[in-house]
Design a binder for this molecule. Structure first.
Ligand code: GCU
Length: 680
């Protein structure tokens, strides 16, 4: 049965007419040069094209230039490419060019060229995608390059293979068998990532275990790095800030203590002796119990810079997370990261990226953009998205996150002026050559289907596309993914894309409509818990977030409340802070509003809330109906899995709606609006 293991790299045979047309343009491969990356590109092209063109063959065939030659390489690796004098300069290290050309002797060929081998690899995947999507190979003139430098997955994988917030089985890193056995899956992982331009992976959990920095573990990391290297992927590790104590026997991890700095310097040198192209560290410090520089009354900049200095001579970077909030801090959790980090703007070394979650709380189904974006113009900020669906129903709820990420990336920070979207902030280096980046908390595990469900593969795919180009749009990405994953027939693609495009809004509606957030049950975050009020840390209680009372509901973050709005640019603050102007999707995020407040639909807030819950459940029912219509059009094994998961989602959406309405009704004392489908 088809498990979905092949992801979007299925390379299904084209129909005969298409295969003939493709074969006319792309009949055989000319690959000069022999680096591991070019070998990987060659093998992928051969593998993909011969599968899709069958019964035609697609072989690597010397350097004879006839019609239908596909030539790949760089000017250094290939005299043929060099002789073509292509305009490669603007493409940088990772960009590529795909062009149709005619040789002096009149042969019609296609060239996939780049400045470096990894660009050729990306070009090969782009070419394969065109063929998968049935797009024409005539008169090609395509140039593309990534807009961000660091495009990384963050695996929250523990060394015992437990994946924190993972819903797809165990960690795929089989540490016990490494370094001697390299599971072939590592190569498929690298292929999949390279196909979407991901160029780095942080192997270990942000809640870090220092053991991975021990020599015997570094040998295992080295083995993985060796598998990934040809595919343009660097490895990074999380660095536990207290490692000098735990591993080094020091009394302190104070970043300003010379012995501590010396320990890290030696550790980093050791790592680079083992892995010469090691990417660097990701650090979660002074957050949710993790050690950090605050333990020694030092700033986040002190901590990050100490590690950055150790890494700089080797070309490594520090990704220092801004996800900080403290139980002892009585201030609105929404404000704490900004309060702590914004004053440090300009104080970080050049090889530090501050990694900021898309919203100020924690990966909710919907949050306004984080106020740090645009507010630290002298500090490279990188985006952290969560691909794994911790707060969106785990793997069994279909929720395409492309729309969520587009919404966050297209938000206008107004810093310094109108038009500075989050995407533009991310893409614009703080000075020429400075680092830029995006991280995605991986949803990958040992399940056959990698991501816990067929549709969660789309979120991995979309993350790569947005990391390559933060200006990308969710809809065309969904379209590409659906066609490659399920089949390019519009009768398949159209309904699937429609399901995907509405799916995240459905989750928002049945979990946290109108700007509510953080109402999930404690700890695991699955299912509703808006009534929970008794946790020791106040900012973990759902009641802290919705603040429902007899008068109304919502968190006043305006000047009459915590004034979190003041952390945004004045234009944004004016909008979010005005109950009349705030987008209704953020209404209760920023305002405490009476139950009888008139919403834009004309309904009272209470009725509108109930309407959203109903709508969320209704959308899931509609997705089930669409999926029924695809029975027989896609393979049974994957179809059945999706059908079952949609049924689980339908049931749990109803649970969310009914439990939430029942609880809020106990507070609002309002009756249910007519038309609301009463729970069974
Ligand atoms: C969330 C999540 C934790 C994670 C944390 C983080 O709070 O529940 O599991 O460690 O985010 O991003 O550091």
């Amino acid at each position: 049965a088809d498990t979905g293991y092949d992801l979007w790299l299925r390379y299904q045979p084209l129909d005969r007419r298409q295969a003939d047309a493709v074969q006319h343009r792309a009949a055989y491969l000319v690959a000069e040069g022999n680096s591991p990356t070019l070998a990987a590109a060659t093998e992928e092209l051969r593998r993909g094209m011969s599968a899709m063109l069958a019964p035609h063959s697609f072989a690597v065939a010397g350097s004879a230039m006839r019609n239908g030659a596909v030539v790949i390489g760089t000017p250094q690796s290939s005299p043929i490419v060099a002789a073509l004098g292509l305009p490669l300069a603007k493409l940088g290290a990772e960009g590529y060019l795909i062009r149709s050309a005619t040789t002096a002797a009149g042969a019609r060929i296609t060239v996939i060229a780049a400045n470096q081998d990894v660009g050729v690899l990306y070009g090969v995947f782009a070419f394969l995608k065109r063929v998968q999507l049935g797009q024409s190979l005539d008169n090609l003139d395509i140039a593309d390059a990534p807009r961000l430098k660091v495009r990384v997955l963050n695996h929250w994988d523990n060394l015992d293979r437990y994946v924190e917030r993972g819903y797809a089985g165990q960690s795929i890193w089989d540490w016990q068998k490494l370094p001697d056995h390299k599971d072939p899956r590592y190569t498929d992982y690298a292929r999949a990532n390279a196909s979407i331009g991901i160029n780095g992976t942080v192997l270990t959990n942000v809640n870090a275990n220092a053991d991975v920095l021990r020599p015997e573990w570094l040998a295992k990391v080295k083995a993985l790095a060796g598998v990934f290297r040809p595919w343009g992927i660097k490895v990074y590790l999380t660095a536990r800030f207290s490692a000098p104590i735990e591993l080094g026997g020091l009394k302190t991890a104070d970043p300003l203590d010379p012995k501590v700095a010396a320990w890290w310097k030696a550790k980093v040198e050791e790592i680079y002796r083992v892995i010469p192209d090691f990417g660097g560290f990701l650090v979660k410090a002074n957050s949710e119990g993790q050690p950090g520089p605050n333990d020694y009354k030092r700033t986040h900049a002190d901590g990050a810079n100490m590690l950055a200095d150790a890494l700089a001579p080797h070309g490594g970077v520090v990704m220092w997370r801004a996800f900080v909030y403290a139980a002892e801090n009585p201030d609105d959790r929404h404000k704490q990261a900004y309060t702590e980090f914004q004053p440090l703007d300009g104080k970080f070394r050049d090889n530090v990226l501050v990694q900021v979650k898309n919203g100020a709380i924690d990966f909710q189904p919907r949050e306004p953009f984080h106020p740090l974006f645009g507010a630290m113009p002298r500090t490279p900020l990188m985006m952290e998205f969560q691909i794994t669906k911790e707060y969106l129903g785990f793997a069994t709820h279909l929720a395409y996150l492309g729309t969520m990420w587009e919404e966050a990336l297209q938000a206008d920070t107004f810093r310094p002026t109108r038009g500075w979207t989050v995407a533009r902030v991310l893409e614009t280096p703080v000075e020429p050559g400075a680092a830029t980046g995006m991280a995605g908390v991986a949803n990958i595990g040992s399940d056959f289907n990698w991501s816990g469900s067929q549709f969660d593969q789309a979120n991995w795919y979309a993350f790569g596309r947005f990391a390559w180009n933060p200006e990308a749009r969710a809809e065309p990405i969904a379209r590409d993914w659906a066609a490659m994953t399920w089949g390019s027939d519009p009768a398949i693609v159209d309904p699937i894309v429609a399901m995907m495009m509405g799916s995240r809004e459905a989750v928002v509606n049945y979990m946290t409509p109108l700007g509510l957030g953080h109402l999930m049950a404690t700890g695991h975050h699955h299912g509703p818990g808006p009534w929970i009020a008794d946790l020791a840390r106040p900012e973990w209680n759902p009641v802290y977030y919705h603040k429902a009372d007899a008068v109304g509901i919502g968190f006043d973050r305006t000047a009459t409340g915590t004034n979190a709005v003041a952390q945004y640019a004045p234009e944004v603050a004016a909008q979010f802070g005005d109950v009349k102007r705030v987008p209704e999707q953020f209404l209760l995020w920023f305002h405490h509003v009476p139950w009888d407040y008139r919403t834009r639909s004309g309904r009272s807030l209470w009725d509108e809330l109930v309407t959203h819950y109903d709508r969320g459940v209704g959308t899931v029912a509609a997705m089930q109906a669409s999926w029924e219509g695809l029975k027989g059009k896609v393979d049974d094994a994957r179809w059945s899995e999706v059908r079952d998961f949609l049924a689980i989602q339908r049931q749990e959406a109803g649970w969310w709606r009914d439990a939430s309405i029942a609880y809020f009704q106990s507070v609002s004392k309002r009756s249910l609006p007519t038309g609301h489908a009463a729970p069974p």
